[in-house]
Design a protein around this ligand. Structure first.
Ligand code: FES
Length: 146
């Protein structure tokens, strides 16, 4: 299992993100409220670079006590990354799709070393799962036609 030191945790913005290559696999590394999360940079929908999309607060519907909608509001607790190909949104903390919890980004191990560096590790089973999903550093499937 290869470990990759991607630099000091303090150098990450918060919230922040980097796309790194680890053992031939693209990985999205996120920092959110001081914690780190990492996923294979492949969307479970059609293989797009999901970790490279915009980071935005989840949109929730505000339901009144009488069960009517008061409109939509940005979540104060959940940030999502949006796949740039078709807009599927994934919770940065869990990697799960907002509307279908069975659809998720493949998690990658990430930790902060005693020296304060961010370390990404790809155990063989995770590496195989990401590779089987069709992701590596290129080739990547072409984006869909507009
Ligand atoms: S490939 Fe990500 S939403 Fe379609």
């Amino acid at each position: 299992m290869q470990e990759l030191n991607i630099g000091p945790a303090a150098d990450f913005t918060d919230p922040g993100r980097r796309i790194v290559e680890c053992d031939g696999i693209e990985v999205g590394v996120f920092k959110l409220d001081g914690a780190f999360y990492a996923y294979g940079n492949i969307c479970p929908h059609m293989g797009g670079p999901a970790c490279q999309g915009r980071i935005i607060a989840k949109v929730d519907e505000d339901i009144a006590p009488d069960r009517t909608s008061r409109g939509f509001v940005f979540s104060k607790t959940q940030l999502n990354v949006i796949c740039p190909w078709h807009g599927y949104e994934f919770d940065i903390r869990t990697g799960r799709h907002s509307g279908n919890s069975k659809m998720r980004l493949l998690p990658v191990r990430v930790r902060v070393s005693e020296q304060g560096d961010v370390i990404v590790a790809l155990p063989p089973e995770i590496r195989r799962g990401i590779a089987d999903a069709g992701m590596g550093v290129p080739p990547r499937p072409s984006p869909p036609a507009a």
